[in-house]
Design a protein around this ligand. Structure first.
Ligand SMILES: Nc1ncnc2c1ncn2[C@@H]1O[C@H](COP(=O)(O)OP(=O)(O)OP(=O)(O)O)[C@@H](O)[C@H]1O
Ligand SMILES: [Mg+2]
Length: 613
């Protein structure tokens, strides 16, 4: 069975991101665990399963960094001993102390390096997982989601938000390990001089409360920053993709201004962020220095009084420096936390979105034996609310070619989208050979119903690959045959590189009619038993169109076909015409019958052909 064009557009691609697509091989196995579905959990607990799926490397990273820090904390204490030995009893072998210190220092270094490698491995694997989870989910979401969401927002979320969550999720635990080490360092300090230890630590609670306060102030602004960055991405995205429209209306300046406004709004958010940081960071950074000053003052006093060895001051100094790092990072951690929380919530907005069109449990593969298509009192409205179809009822025989005609905006394309379940009917049902389209698997449905959309989207790959999109295994002969049937072969041959010509982004190096013909070939190659051509020949001139129909006529004999068309020449291809108006079928019959009996039909034809002139 041919893998279909549309099987790729539904869950197929997303489910196995590790699949070597187009010869790209990757050792990445895809995400091992999804995020938690429980929306009541704190954001980090929802992400936790993803991190937990890398626990081996993650725990190794944490364990080794813990070890490394333990070694580091040992050093000042050993130094204290060595100095005391050297000063008090210079005879004892100082070099053994030095050798011990060197060995411990080396161990600290090696474990530090290895732990870092594990940290980065975990961090980038978590990032890759989050990225695949989002992409997988996006491919799974229904068309209605894309009707609502701006692509700039999506791109931004998939990049900066994932990065900030990943950074926090992997580095926060490490900073916490450092804080644990702080406790051990404090233990050593207590063992040297409890009084001085308490004095040194007096500033730490203040540091903690400053951190909490800062978190409250920072949160809203970091959220705003991210949202505004996404707005900029949307504008850039629209301007790049819509550059032809922008230029043809000479709106470059207006667009530049629109971007400047958005950029200014980002700048405002960043400046606000910097102002808040400016107020709070000096506190976070300088409070530990105050602790150091206290140690020197009181410690010096105690040494002069003879209550403390000189080595102790040195050790205290080293420990406080060591403590300073985690406490300062704790401040940074607070800021990273704001960003990560805001980012995570925006990622959840996507991941919590459930697709409206889903396979029912127990869905089976559709095998089209005949190709009878029935619309049973179909009702449909888009999320925007207006009734598009109120009672669309039609029976299409196996092998029949039917034209759907109606005013613009009457819902013809909507009918096409419902057959392939791009959207689900809100009432009534659509059946193929008696099988409700909602009972069968999406992959098999879309493999059996081929749609040529009114806006043919091409990828910036070769023409051959574009035509073979739904059947990458097709031979060049098959691709050519499909191209011939769509009357595209001649013009493709005339291109300098023939079938290997890479089309520009979205196919813009081809004319509208050429794009449409490639889109027709792409669908014909899949050879679906049911074919829907939605305005598929509207940009093709009448002579070429006639040629396409000549070859299509042969192809259409064996399949059920719906053509949505304005031109009489296209309609002539059909044996029957269905006239759609105000959400229902108002007449059905041959072109001649409708002309004779239904004034509206002649009106619609007159209107649509007038538009074309
Ligand atoms: N994604 C969407 N979300 C909300 N409303 C939509 C969406 N797509 C179409 N509509 C609305 O549904 C109605 C029918 O649209 P449809 O594209 O089916 O018309 P059509 O008959 O194919 O028109 P045309 O002949 O111009 O192609 C229109 O009024 C349109 O505004
Ligand atoms: Mg349409």
């Amino acid at each position: 069975m041919a893998t279909s064009l549309s099987a790729g557009t539904d869950r197929g691609e997303g489910q196995s991101p590790a699949n070597p697509l187009g010869g790209v091989h990757s050792s990445y196995q895809g995400p091992r665990a999804p995020i938690s579905r429980d929306r009541g959990l704190a954001w980090w607990r929802r992400i936790l399963p993803v991190i937990a799926s890398h626990r081996a490397t993650f725990l190794a990273a944490i364990g080794l960094s813990f070890l490394s820090l333990i070694f580091q904390t040992l050093i000042p204490n050993m130094l204290n001993g060595a100095i005391d030995h050297a000063l008090v009893k210079p005879s004892t072998a100082l070099h053994t102390d030095v050798v011990h210190i060197l060995i411990v220092g080396l161990l600290a270094g090696v474990t530090g390096v290895v732990s870092r490698q594990y940290v980065f491995a975990t961090a980038y694997n978590v990032e890759a997982d989050l990225r695949s989870l989002i992409y997988e989910h996006l491919t799974w979401l229904s068309f209605s989601f894309y009707d609502r969401v701006q692509s700039g927002q999506l791109i931004s979320r998939a990049n900066s938000d994932i990065r900030s969550v990943q950074m926090y999720a992997t580095f926060a635990p490490l900073i916490l390990v450092q804080c644990c080490i702080g406790v051990i360092a404090f233990g050593f300090m207590l063992s040297i001089s409890p009084l001085l230890a308490v004095i040194a630590m007096t500033v730490m609670p203040i540091l903690y409360f400053v951190g909490i306060r800062m978190r409250r102030v920072m949160f809203p602004i970091s959220w705003i920053t991210q949202a505004r960055l996404a707005d900029v991405a949307t504008i850039v995205d629209e301007n790049v993709n819509g550059v032809r429209v922008v230029k043809s209306f000479a709106q470059e300046e207006a667009e530049v201004n629109r971007l400047a406004d958005a950029a200014e709004r980002v700048a405002w958010a960043y400046i606000k962020d910097a102002q808040i940081r400016g107020v709070w960071s000096p506190w976070v950074q300088n409070l530990p220095q105050l602790g150091l000053a206290l140690v020197l003052f009181f410690g010096g006093w105690m040494v002069i009084d003879g209550k403390l060895g000189i080595g102790a001051i040195l050790a205290f100094n080293a420990y406080l420096l060591m403590l300073q790092a985690p406490f300062m990072m704790l401040g940074q951690l607070v800021m990273m936390g704001q960003r990560a929380k805001a980012s995570a919530e925006r990622i959840f907005e996507i991941l919590d979105e459930s697709p409206e069109v889903v396979e029912r449990p127990g869905a089976y593969d559709l095998e089209v034996a005949h190709g009878t298509l029935d619309f049973n009192h179909v009702r449909f409205e888009y999320a925007t609310g207006a009734d598009i179809l109120t009672d669309f009822d039609a029976h299409i025989e196996a092998g029949e070619t039917v034209a759907i005609v109606g005013r613009t905006g009457s819902g013809k394309s909507t009918v096409a989208r419902l057959v392939t379940r791009f959207y689900d009917v809100t009432g009534g049902s659509i059946t193929i050979d008696g099988h409700d389209v909602r009972d069968v698997t999406l992959g098999s449905l879309r493999a059996n119903v081929g749609v040529v959309l009114d806006e043919p989207f091409l990828f910036s790959i070769s023409i051959r690959d574009n035509i073979a999109y739904g059947r990458p295994d097709a031979s060049l002969d098959e691709v050519e045959a499909a191209a011939r049937a769509a009357n595209a072969h001649e013009f493709i041959e005339r291109l300098r590189e023939g079938y290997d010509t890479v089309v520009g982004e979205r196919g813009y190096t081809l004319s509208g009619g050429q794009r449409q013909r490639i889109a027709i070939a792409r669908t014909l190659l899949v050879n679906p038993p049911i074919l829907i051509l939605d305005d598929a020949t509207s940009s093709i001139d009448v002579h070429v169109e006639a040629g396409i129909y000549e070859s299509l006529r042969r192809l259409l004999k064996s399949r059920t076909t719906i053509v949505i068309a304005h031109r009489i020449s296209t309609i002539a291809l059909a044996s029957r015409v269905i006239l759609l108006d105000e959400g229902r079928v108002v007449a059905s019959g041959t072109h001649a019958q409708l002309l004779a009996t239904t004034p509206l039909y002649a009106q619609v034809l007159a209107q649509t052909s007038a538009e074309e002139e």
